[in-house]
Design a binder for this molecule. Structure first.
Ligand SMILES: [Zn+2]
Length: 418
């Protein structure tokens, strides 16, 4: 019976299109920033679908929404599945929404088939994943206890109101305590936001880990002087040094294989005048890698390269690491459930690493967690043109259904990975 279970792909697609009407933009995307009226409407629509189906909806103190379908044994910890319904200011129809609505579709399909599960299955919509307001993934971070509720409440929005006031204004400061019941595990499905699955014609991506991240600020200081009279051989041009750092960051990332990422995203020269040699440059560096050892190697290579470049151009260098978040492994048993489901359903699949952050990163620190990707067109997201195919939407929903069934019918608890 379970092996034949499939989602209703037409209904999933229709739900995605109905949700995309909320905050729809002229260019085909959505504008559904957390705590906005569009966010409220999206939550209301999600809640109305859950009410119609008879799932109990609860809202916690930070607005995270949970819709529960009971299991045969109400005392067993639930399988949690979901993502987020908020978007970037000019976001796409599928980032986040696909994860929430494919999870809802899993519940609806179980109803259609009259199929019970041993454990309860619960769909979650996390608050403010995108970070268009203050910072990303606040809802899941508060839920896991990594960010205290009072700190999150006190964070300001661009209008100077607190997030607590914002939640109350849209009617989604709930009364449920944060993370009140033990959970068995968490599944999240998301669009890849990169080109690998599409390139390899694989509808299913099994995320083995979230990339480790290191961020830096670097200030290079030389000497600003007149661009005309100062000969080239006596200059202490901080921007020339910075240019070499930019190229070196790229080389360092490339040296660590296909999972290496190195980016200089901000670069500011001073005094920024056409006829003054830049005496100071501030820049940022973002390194990511699936392997903590490789990320450490990149860290060391950066220190060496910056010192060498500074020496050669007679600059002083102040390199500060501002973020260090180690690699986040996902649960091997849950990854196996996704892999087995994809195999049995005949969908091509591959393992990959997530370079972007997701709510699953926070959940993975407290409960067994898996993250799965489906392809998106040209790897484009955070853009109104973001797109997926109906075939991939169906494949992702079917694999999620099968993986959830495996987890929800297994009475044995899962251990956190070492
Ligand atoms: Zn997202």
């Amino acid at each position: 019976m379970s092996a034949n279970a499939r989602i209703n792909a037409t209904r999933l697609w229709q739900s995605l299109m109905d949700m995309a009407k909320i905050g729809a933009t002229a260019k085909g995307g959505v504008h559904r920033i957390a705590f906005s009226d569009e966010d409220r409407q999206a939550r209301d629509l999600f809640r109305s679908w859950c009410d119609e189906a008879g799932y109990t909806v609860r809202v916690d103190k930070f607005g995270n929404m949970f819709a529960r379908r009971p299991g045969r044994d109400p005392d067993l910890p639930a399988v949690l599945v979901g993502s987020h319904l908020d978007s970037q200011p000019t976001g796409g129809k599928f980032d986040g929404a696909y994860g929430v609505l494919s999870a809802l579709e899993v519940l609806r399909s179980l109803d259609d088939m009259g199929q019970e599960t041993l454990r309860p299955v619960e769909v979650v919509n996390w608050t403010n994943e995108e970070g268009a307001i203050f910072k990303p993934m606040i809802g899941s971070e508060v839920f896991t206890g990594a960010l205290p509720l009072d700190k999150a409440y006190a964070m300001p929005d661009p209008q100077g109101r607190t997030l607590e006031e914002d939640l109350r204004a849209i009617g989604y400061a709930g009364d449920m305590e944060l993370n009140p019941d033990p959970l068995h595990c968490y599944f999240e499905v998301h669009i890849e936001q990169g080109p690998i699955l599409e390139r390899e014609a694989a509808p299913i991506g099994i995320v083995s880990a979230g990339a480790g991240i290191r961020w830096y600020t670097l200030t290079l200081t030389g000497f600003d002087s007149h661009a005309g009279p100062t000969p080239m051989d006596v200059r202490r041009d901080a921007l020339v040094g910075a240019a070499e750092v930019v190229l070196e960051v790229r080389k360092i990332a490339l040296a660590q294989g296909e999972d290496g990422r190195g980016t200089v995203g901000c670069l500011t020269p001073y005094p920024a005048s056409p006829n003054v040699i830049p005496g100071r440059v501030e820049l940022t560096i973002d390194f990511r890698h699936a392997s903590d050892e490789a990320l450490t190697a990149m860290h060391e290579a950066l220190g060496t390269a910056v010192a060498e470049i500074a020496r050669r151009h007679d600059l002083s260098a102040d390199l500060q690491q501002t973020v260090h978040s180690p690699r986040i492994p996902f649960h091997p048993t849950l990854q196996g459930m996704i892999r087995d489901a994809a195999k049995e359903l005949g969908y091509a699949h591959r393992d990959l690493v997530s370079g972007a952050g997701h709510d699953a990163f926070h959940l993975a620190k407290v409960i067994p967690t898996a993250l799965m990707f489906i392809p998106c067109e040209n790897g484009v997201s955070h853009n109104e043109s973001e797109n997926i195919t109906q075939e991939d939407s169906e494949a992702g929903g079917n694999v999620l259904l099968q993986a959830v069934l495996r987890a929800a019918n297994d009475p044995a608890p899962l251990k956190m990975p070492a």
